[in-house]
Design a protein. Structure first.
Length: 304
């Protein structure tokens, strides 16, 4: 095979990988920026701003009123939108009291559980055990009870459950329209969670000075990453997508340290590493069913 032929064969995989890495960097940078607004607008307020402005941007780009969804796609689309809104709502409530890297690691247990669901091989249970060990060091059990807020940890795990639903519903809802599906899903989420967020927001949310930062958060945390992730979601094999997504807790921890001055204990860093390793290992050693092999390799599936 010539060099030019090899380059052409790699391009379909390398491009969505680059797209996914950019999406993760954008998402975690946006989360760090959003957390700086908590004192003035509150966690629910930033959820409302992110979803509201993000939906407006996505609708202007993709013009979702032109899309047509079959009857079979409507229920997955509704579930996708509700899961998207609930995931955002609970995640921002979680990072009020939990470091960003820890919250993302706890949230990541949703996709990890989904990847390992139905596992029967001994190797798969090794990954489960490794993830449980990591969670044991992150969750507020035993002597470390004061190090992690229990409610914040529970909210992060709840966001992870919503993330798993987001994956399953998003794959079905976005099969035909790709990134444009995000606009409809975000609109569904906004109808419920924007009014709810505004109701419990801090008074500073109504100050004009918040507007530029809120718009930037919406771009970095919603419009850019969700559009890019939908592109990657429908183009990458499951194990590549899942392995790359395993890096997200590490990116979140790095973003928290860089922009928020958050620090993790050595034990928490080891816990993060255990969860990342479990997720990467589970996807790299995944054994698709024979009947699903060609579909997975051609259409792909993955997390978030």
């Amino acid at each position: 095979m010539s060099a030019s032929s090899a380059q052409k064969s790699l391009t379909p995989v390398l491009l969505p990988i680059a797209v996914l890495l950019i999406a993760m960097l954008s998402l975690q940078g946006g989360a760090s920026l959003a957390k700086t607004l908590f004192p003035s607008v509150g966690a629910t307020g930033i959820t409302a701003l992110r979803l509201g402005f993000g939906t407006l941007i996505l609708c202007l780009i993709f013009k979702p009123w032109r899309l047509r969804f079959s009857r079979e796609q409507r229920m997955p689309l509704l579930m996708y939108g509700l899961a998207l809104g609930a995931m955002n709502f609970m995640f921002y409530l979680a990072i009020r009291t939990v470091p960003l890297g820890v919250a993302v690691a706890l949230e990541f247990t949703g996709p990890l559980a989904l990847a390992l669901f139905g596992s029967r091989r001994l190797l798969d249970f090794v990954w489960v055990l490794l993830a449980v060990v990591g969670l044991g060091f992150l969750l507020p059990f035993g002597a470390g009870m004061a190090s992690i807020d229990p409610l914040g940890a529970a909210l992060a795990v709840g966001a992870g459950a919503c993330w798993a639903i987001y994956i399953l519903a998003g794959q079905r809802a976005g099969a035909e329209h790709g990134p444009a599906t995000v606009a409809i899903g975000s609109l569904i989420a906004s109808i419920i969670f924007v009014p709810l967020g505004l109701t419990f927001a801090e008074s500073g949310i109504w100050h004009w000075s918040v507007l530029p930062v809120a718009l930037l958060v919406a771009l970095l945390s919603s419009a850019i990453p969700y559009s890019l992730e939908m592109i990657a979601l429908t183009r990458l094999p499951a194990r590549i997508f899942g392995t790359l997504m395993s890096l997200e807790p590490a990116m979140a921890a790095f973003s928290g340290m860089l922009f928020l001055g958050e620090t993790l204990t050595p034990l928490q860093c080891l816990a993060l590493l255990a969860i990342i390793t479990a997720s990467a290992g589970s996807t790299l050693t995944m054994k698709p069913k024979k009947s699903q092999l060609s579909e997975v390799e051609i259409n792909s599936s993955g997390t978030k």
